[in-house]
Ligand binder design. Structure first.
Ligand code: SF4
Length: 298
């Protein structure tokens, strides 16, 4: 590790110690399960929306065994309107696997974490680093962008290339595992709050003295700026409406009731088929229920 990269991490950690947001999943000793739940929720949802959902989830299911003892349908219900509800199903599967394979304790080893349902390269390393203080590169979109700018002098990170991203970020981490974990948290926070995609606040950035992109005069991005994803009128919106009806229901919902949520027959059928294919919804005769609420034949 060169002096420059070690100083980069040191600067980031110093900034983080003074500026990090006070988030409940960062409290010392919070435990691996609350951290794992937060990482899954935060992947596609902003902090402000995750906070109440995370608190409610952990109040109801403080340990993996608690969630494993409940139905997948209840997990989908609790997920509410957080979006991308397959994550609720994966978290439930994860809790079942943690109970069956690890006696209800979230494992500490990276390979064991990676083998859990719904736990990908990012989440596994985030849990290993933030819950267990291990030295792993934790690379989300924000970190990729920060590293691309500060180290490579590029305006943005370009397409994800996992091995290269991991190598580039690991090269910045201090040797001591606890410092490395703190640096990972600092890089993520800097990417989320300061080195943002559209308006990086270089004037407030602790890495400004060493940032390659800033030194190059902040060349413009090569490609067009990505537009925010449209939601209104998409299959995602229809899926959300269908799920909302099923979440509220206390028993099987007739197809005819679901037909009322969206007038376009083709799009509604496609959205429902997608929910069934994803394992979120089950169909029985001409009624629908959330996963695991359908009972058994016979
Ligand atoms: S100086 Fe600007 S571009 Fe460089 S890392 Fe900081 S915020 Fe990002």
């Amino acid at each position: 590790m060169s002096t420059t990269t070690s100083e980069l991490a040191a600067d980031a950690i110093r900034w983080y110690d003074e500026n990090a947001r006070d988030l409940p999943w960062r409290e010392p000793g919070i435990g691996a399960w609350p951290i794992l739940v937060s990482e899954v929720m935060l992947q596609q949802t902003p902090v402000i929306r995750v906070l109440p959902a995370w608190r409610a989830w952990l109040a109801r299911w403080p340990r993996p065994a608690d969630l494993a003892a409940d139905t997948p349908a209840e997990a989908i219900r609790m997920w509410g309107r957080l979006g991308y509800p397959r994550r609720a199903l994966r978290l439930h599967e994860c809790a079942v696997a943690v109970l069956a394979r690890h006696g209800g304790e979230v494992p500490t080893g990276l390979d064991e974490l990676l083998a859990l349902p719904g736990v990908g390269a990012y989440t596994a390393r985030a849990v290993a680093a933030f819950a267990y203080g291990q030295r792993h590169p934790v690379v989300d979109t924000n970190v990729r962008r920060l590293v691309a700018r500060a180290v490579a002098g590029e305006p943005d990170a370009g397409p994800a290339t996992r091995p290269a991203d991991l190598v580039a970020t690991e090269a910045l981490l201090p040797v001591a595992p606890d410092r490395a974990a703190r640096a990972s948290a600092a890089f993520m926070e800097l990417g989320a709050l300061v080195c943002t995609a559209r308006a990086p606040r270089c004037v407030d950035c602790p890495l400004a003295y060493r940032c390659a992109w800033l030194a190059s005069g902040r060349t413009a991005p090569a490609g067009p700026t990505r537009r925010p994803q449209r939601y209104a009128g998409t299959d995602r919106q229809v899926r959300g409406r269908l799920l909302a009806v099923l979440r509220e229901a206390t028993g099987p919902v007739p197809r005819a009731r679901l037909d009322l949520v969206w007038s376009d027959d083709l799009q509604r059928s496609r959205a429902l088929a997608g929910l069934i294919e994803d394992g979120l919804v089950e169909m029985r005769d001409d009624t629908c229920v959330l996963a695991g609420e359908g009972g058994t034949d016979g």
